[in-house]
Ligand binder design. Structure first.
Ligand code: CTP
Ligand code: MG
Length: 566
């Protein structure tokens, strides 16, 4: 217990319950203009700097941030932040006043979780020392009833005695974007000027926003705190859609735990740590670690619930929900190539401003047609679909092949994983970026995608992003997508014939819908709108657009944030 207590300067975690969070409906307000209690249930964002560049604004290029720097900035931000539960939004000024006594606050975000109606504030300080000081001063209550772990997850208790009112806050407030309901999503598309603009809107509306990113990095940081007693160099690194630029509001958090960090042996040191030997069977060891981590966080970590350990998989994982950040999380140990895969996708998203809008639109279409699914099984995953789109964009010469990126790699781009996967490719793509609009617009690319895969011969052909070429399939998998970093693996080996057919006929149907929409011009399903009319598989023929527009408040899987009325 002593060891555990020390190891567990504990944590935070994950979120998909973002469908359980709701945002304010106001776009820009100053702090003193906070809406009244009955109308404000959102979070505020102060002085936000978005690291993910939004390339949808033509002619406004943002400086390219390398993936490493993006991770570093976000991890630093998490280290300078705490997450505080408050009674209501009325506590905000008071909390700000109290926290300010420990150091200068850079930003505050307020959100309410819809499932338990709890109110939370993410407070970012200018300096990490302020977080250290605040955690030192924090206390436990009812010590005989709780496991006294330390973490940056706190509760702001009421003062017993009356005290002076906190002074007004004077900084400008930015609000995060609203959760998107299908109805609003379609309305935004209706009000767009062109089909290309609709595609861009899909991206700007659906993408994971700043607070979503912060809470994911906060989650990762809390795991690092949790194990810092015995593994001070441990890194918990987000990967997958949370960081590759293709994450939508509410996406899960994939986390990789690296116990060794990048520290190498210090040959100067005369003192060497006493340690235990690693078992020879590395995989066995890995699943042991995963099991223990699962147990530890289940017992000690505030906010972590529903811990499920999946130990027999090729990559053992722990899944859990976090009831403070609202994130759903998949935690794994030995997955470095998946991190580099995220970096590769991030880079592809950064090279051309049309890539993310096209990918978000196609992912949304696939979700609405039941081509992708939140459930495991023979469906095409979002990851496989993304690779299919990138491959198509390689055929259109919008994106380079992986071999082209490898041929431009510099010495400091060299990366070989511990399992010998060569993940070397150009990291700083500043010179390759295509920010100016030219060539086909995003809508034309979208149409081209459906035409391309409607006619693709999945029976014999495989897609290879490494070479940017169609290859012969190596086995009888219904869809064969060579893993770009490990070409002998098929990324979509889970996909069944039925799902491959569903995808192909879906592409044909989408091409047909777009063609028809072009003939009709500006009716209520003009442009890309008809793509999102739900197809309910094997049951009803589906809603028509008018039905969708009539629906009162349809459930949306996109809603990341905040909630609801009290
Ligand atoms: N990954 C991989 N090879 C696979 C499957 C996944 O390298 N065969 C890596 C990719 O980097 C992927 C990440 O693991 O992005 C996470 O996988 P997953 O959660 O399935 O996909 P996401 O891209 O995160 O998409 P989603 O939003 O659906 O979670
Ligand atoms: Mg994921």
């Amino acid at each position: 217990m002593a060891l555990f207590a020390r190891a567990t300067s504990i944590f935070i975690v994950s979120y998909k319950n973002y469908s359980k969070l709701i945002l304010p409906t106001v776009k820009s307000k100053t702090w003193k203009n906070f809406p009244s209690k009955s109308t404000f249930f959102g979070h505020s964002i102060l002085n936000v700097r978005f690291s993910h560049s939004d390339q949808t604004k033509k002619g406004e290029p943002e400086t390219f941030v390398t993936f490493d720097n993006f991770l570093k900035e976000r991890r630093d931000e998490a280290k300078r932040s705490i997450l505080v539960q408050v009674n209501t939004e009325n506590s905000l000024k008071d909390l700000h006043f109290y926290c300010s006594t420990f150091g200068e606050i850079k930003s505050m975000f307020y959100y309410v979780l819809s499932d338990n109606k709890s109110h939370h504030v993410l407070v970012e300080f200018e300096k990490v020392e302020s977080v250290d000081a605040i955690l030192k001063s924090a206390t436990h209550i009812k010590l005989d009833q709780v496991i006294p772990v330390h973490s940056s997850m706190l509760y702001f208790r009421k003062l017993k005695a009356k005290h002076l009112h906190a002074p007004k806050l004077k900084f400008p407030v930015k609000y995060a974007k609203l959760p998107v309901k299908d109805k609003h999503f379609l309305e935004v598309l209706q009000n767009s000027k062109t089909a290309a603009q609709q595609v861009q809107k899909c991206y700007s509306i659906l993408k994971l926003d700043d607070l979503g990113l912060r809470l994911r990095f906060q989650t990762a940081h809390q795991l690092e705190r949790c194990f810092s007693g015995i593994f001070p160099d441990m890194e918990a690194l987000p990967f997958g859609s949370s960081v590759n630029g293709f994450g939508k509001m509410g996406c899960d958090l994939d986390l990789y735990i690296n116990f060794q960090s990048n520290r190498s042996e210090n040959e100067e040191s005369r003192l060497v740590f006493q340690t235990k030997r690693l078992h020879d069977n590395e995989r066995h060891q890995c699943s042991d670690f995963v099991r223990i981590i699962g147990d530890l966080i289940e017992i000690f970590a505030p906010g972590i619930f529903n811990v499920t350990k999946i130990l027999k998989a090729r990559v053992p994982i722990v899944k859990f929900d976090h009831r403070i950040t609202g994130v759903e999380c998949d935690l794994s140990l030995s997955n470095m190539s998946a991190i580099y895969m995220s970096e590769l996708l991030y880079i592809y998203g950064e090279i051309d401003w049309r890539v993310r809008p096209v990918i978000f639109t196609i992912r949304k279409w696939a979700q609405s047609q039941g081509i992708t699914s939140g459930n495991p099984g023979g469906y095409i995953t979002n990851f496989s679909l993304t690779l299919l789109i990138i491959f198509y964009l390689q055929q259109k010469k919008v994106l380079p092949t992986l071999l082209e990126l490898r041929s431009k790699a510099l010495l400091n781009d060299l990366r070989i994983t511990d399992t010998n996967v060569d993940c070397t490719f150009l990291r700083d793509i500043s010179m390759l970026r295509n920010i100016e609009p030219h060539g086909e617009d995003p809508y034309a690319l979208l149409r081209g995608f459906f035409d391309y895969y409607a006619g693709f011969d999945f029976k014999v052909d495989a897609v290879c992003l490494r070479q940017g070429a169609v290859l012969r399939k190596k086995d009888s998998s219904p869809i064969y997508i060579c893993n770009p970093l490990e070409p002998s693996l098929n990324v979509s080996r889970n996909v069944t014939y039925r799902e491959m057919e569903n995808f192909r006929t879906g592409c044909r149907d989408a091409a047909w819908r777009l063609e028809n929409a072009e003939k009709r011009h500006f009716d209520n399903s003009w442009g890309i709108i008809s793509l999102f009319v739900h197809k309910v598989r094997n049951t009803n023929p589906g809603l028509n657009v008018a039905d969708v527009m009539r629906e009162r408040e349809p459930e949306s899987e996109e809603s990341d944030f905040i909630l609801a009325s009290k």
